[in-house]
Design a protein around this ligand. Structure first.
Ligand code: TRP
Length: 399
């Protein structure tokens, strides 16, 4: 009986690259996910090590547990301590023109890692993936990839250390050879187990995982890492991407390659609350980088789920429920100042601060952030996109 119940429960939470849904419309249970996937928790001692090795305060997303799980990140740090560098790999599936704040999180964090560790970075735009999954034409996926590249560049990456590529443009040569090697190591049964493919899926989907796998191997980039076949790879990503890299890590030793290390984030919640989903079809579920100051203010005031009490009297007495409060949750992602965040949590949690005041502060923080992004994106020219996407050596990549 007990076993059955457990089986059913763990089946109800679904997290894979195409679907994220919690049990009974509740919150995602991240501890359970760590157990199920077999990754490790990112604990304070690792964060302290990052601080020591980089001589700077760890990023907010590390300090506040946004990136909460890893695979072999400790090994990357061991090697770095001995003077061995690594490279970073992340990516985006260009499925829409407008990015929301959740989309920026891995890129903001990757930019920090690039700066703090002074390492090169490859960014994969999986236009092929979105063409196959989202019913977009080849041309439209390619166009979206280039548009999204501008938003990514606007996050502040260093062009002397960063290579951005679209799969449609770059797959071939050494990259394709690695794809074929990976493909030969993964049976259909295995792929169905890891990704949940079924006999009804078209074969394009089955063929895709090796494309996302091989940027984990330096030999896929002969213009960047010639003769550096042992260079280790660290992948910052949201935890829904883990299945791709479980497969990658599984096959790597059989190909004589190192397993990529991972550092994985939780999901950014919808305005309506942690059990809500940010949905592309509901523009009011998320804040987009294209939203105006007025949009941001309206969305936060109207839709951000509040943990405050119904009446002021009750609120003063009981305080806000911070566990479910979206304004506080969003501030914990984007308000830099630890002291101010603690102050807000205490005052709001004990009822001295009202929801309206917290929402006002959040509106300021997000308006400034979105405004900064808009300016940066406006300054990204076509020449800059070409420069980031050119197949070229990166001479100063480890400096
Ligand atoms: N599949 C990812 C998406 O749909 C894009 C991606 C490709 C990616 N390579 C990656 C994400 C590496 C994180 C790390 O968004």
């Amino acid at each position: 009986m007990e076993v059955d119940k457990k089986e059913i429960e763990s089946d109800e939470q679904v997290v894979n690259p195409w679907e994220v849904s919690a049990k009974d419309g509740g919150k995602i249970d991240y501890d359970k996910l760590i157990d199920k996937f077999g990754c490790q928790r990112l604990d304070q001692s690792l964060i302290d090590r990052v601080q020591r090795l980089t001589s700077r305060q760890p990023h907010v997303f590390l300090r506040r547990g946004v990136f909460f799980a890893h695979r072999d990140f400790n090994e990357i740090l061991d090697a770095y301590e001995k003077g061995d560098k690594f490279y970073l790999y992340t990516g985006r599936g260009p499925s829409s023109e407008a990015l929301h704040l959740g989309h920026l999180i891995p890129f903001m964090f990757t930019k920090y890692l690039q700066e703090a560790f002074k390492v090169p970075l490859v960014i994969q735009l999986t236009d092929d993936e979105k063409c196959m999954w989202k019913n977009l034409s080849v041309e439209e996926s390619q166009r979206l990839a280039r548009e999204n590249a501008k938003d990514i560049i606007a996050c502040g990456f260093d062009v002397t250390k960063t290579f951005i590529f679209s799969d449609f443009d770059y797959v071939g040569g050494a990259f394709y050879k690695n794809m074929v090697k990976v493909s030969k190591c993964v049976t259909l049964n295995k792929a169905m187990g890891i990704f949940g493919f079924s006999g009804e899926d078209h074969i394009g989907k089955l063929s895709f995982p090796p494309v996302q796998a091989v940027p984990s191997f330096p030999s896929s980039f002969p213009h960047l890492f010639p003769g550096k076949d042992n260079l280790r790879c660290l992948i910052p990503c949201a935890i829904d991407q883990d299945p791709y890299f479980r497969m990658t890590r599984d096959v790597a030793p059989r190909l004589g390659y190192s397993k990529p290390a991972l550092i994985e984030s939780s999901f950014f919640p919808a305005l309506q609350g942690e059990n809500g989903k940010m949905s592309a079809s509901d523009p009011n579920s998320a804040i987009y980088v294209t939203d105006t100051a007025k949009d941001i203010k309206n969305k936060i005031n109207r839709y951000a789920f509040s943990g405050g009490q119904d009446s002021i009297e009750k609120h003063r007495e009981l305080g806000a429920n911070l566990e479910v409060d979206i304004p506080v949750k969003y501030l914990s992602f984007f308000l830099e100042d630890d002291t101010e965040l603690e102050h807000v949590k205490k005052e709001y949690g004990e009822g001295r601060m009202l929801t309206g005041e917290v929402k006002k502060r959040l509106t300021e923080v997000l308006t400034e952030m979105v405004e900064r992004h808009r300016r940066a994106r406006g300054a990204v020219t076509d020449e800059m996109v070409d420069a980031f996407m050119a197949v070229r050596p990166l001479p100063s990549m480890f400096e």
